[in-house]
Design a protein around this ligand. Structure first.
Ligand code: ACO
Length: 320
């Protein structure tokens, strides 16, 4: 049994922040951001919460899959920016969409989160535990960004994407995932409520910290490696893959990965120019965009690959 994607959905906040607007906050400019990242604008949550965006994406996916929320057995939400520590976002989504027959929990693997949630869902389906699973990636990165740090605040945006998986016979399904905790210091987001018991004091709000160049090198190395691992498992060649849906962090990372894989850049869908890096949401938002535009045909072979804090990186090869 494998989980086939029956429907997709996405939600991004209404508020759009252009590069020029960021130039009023930090010493940067539109040309630099476009050239170094490919990003032109991003959507930033005002009223919207991580669980609100997740529920909106879920509704769209259910509608497209033409199934009722009561048919959902499991809700998995990948997020590193939940509204509250508990209840988890998945339970908030369950309440919002009235998925009374489901169980739900969150999973945090930063920008690799959607892939790890997707793989967890596939494992449940293969084990015969659940038939219909809602997998969501939702993040409000604007809440954890230091808006005075020009090295990071230009990169991120907010949003959510969702897919509905339904157990079916057959279909391609290969997975690979890795973590390198020892390397995790290059990309961190510390808890805003961390207490120092030795010397109790009010902790200043802490934010996302990143060594951009080291993350860049890690991404450019890890994505081609995981693609090769998946192709080997599936005994396929890169030429047989129709599209590579990579985490939307930086245009230059995707271009460099495409070059190393030896595949034309046209097979690497991109929408980071519109949304920036939406962390766990980036891959399902992109999938939804391509799906709704009718650019994906049944039988297409896809590789999805995410990478990010942890360090962690994960990929799946599937048939649309
Ligand atoms: N505007 C203008 N100048 C800037 C800006 C900015 N926003 N940011 C940095 N600079 C300056 C630097 O200060 C530096 O100036 P200097 O030469 O005078 O010292 C110069 O530009 C070059 O800086 P670099 O850091 O070398 O720039 P680089 O080409 O590496 O680009 C970037 C930086 C875009 C952050 C890149 O390293 C990158 O994309 N890294 C990967 C980041 C990423 O993908 N993170 C997400 C991971 S996913 C997750 O889990 C969250």
């Amino acid at each position: 049994m494998t989980g086939r994607i029956l429907g997709t959905g996405a939600y991004v906040p209404a508020r759009i922040v252009e590069n020029q607007e960021l130039a009023k906050l930090v010493d940067t400019n539109d040309a630099w951001i476009r050239e170094r990242t490919g990003i032109a604008r991003r959507h930033v949550a005002e009223e919207e919460t991580t669980s609100y965006m997740a529920a909106q994406a879920a509704r769209e996916a259910l509608c497209q899959a033409e199934i009722s929320s009561e048919e959902v057995d499991l809700i998995l939400v990948a997020t590193s920016t939940p509204d509250t520590i508990f209840p988890c976002v998945a339970c908030e989504v369950q309440k919002a969409i009235k998925a009374a027959n489901s169980v739900g929990f969150d999973l945090n693997a930063a920008c690799s989160g959607f892939l790890l949630a997707y793989q967890t869902a596939q494992a449940y389906i293969q084990a015969g535990l659940y038939k219909t699973i809602l997998v969501i990636g939702s993040d409000s990165m604007s809440h954890v960004i230091d808006w005075t740090d020009r090295g990071t605040c230009i990169l991120f945006g907010d949003g959510a994407g969702a897919v509905i998986l339904r157990a079916e016979e057959g279909g391609l399904c290969f997975h690979a995932a890795h973590s390198d905790g020892a390397g995790g210091g290059v990309l961190t987001g510390r808890s805003r409520h961390r207490k120092d018991w030795e010397e109790p004091k009010h902790m200043e709000e802490t934010f996302l910290h990143m060594d951009g160049q080291r993350v860049f090198k890690f991404a450019v190395r890890s994505v081609p490696e995981i693609v090769e691992e998946l192709l080997k498992q599936a005994q396929m060649k890169q030429e047989e893959i129709d599209y590579f849906f990579l985490h939307q962090a930086n245009k230059r990372i995707i271009e460099a990965a495409a070059k190393r894989i030896g595949a034309e850049i046209s097979r690497f869908p991109m929408n980071l120019q519109e949304y920036g890096n939406t962390s766990a949401a980036s891959i399902p938002i992109l999938l939804d965009e391509w799906n709704r535009k009718g650019l994906l045909k049944r039988g297409n072979k896809l590789i999805l690959a995410g990478f990010g804090a942890g360090l962690s990186w994960a990929g799946s090869l599937l048939e649309w």
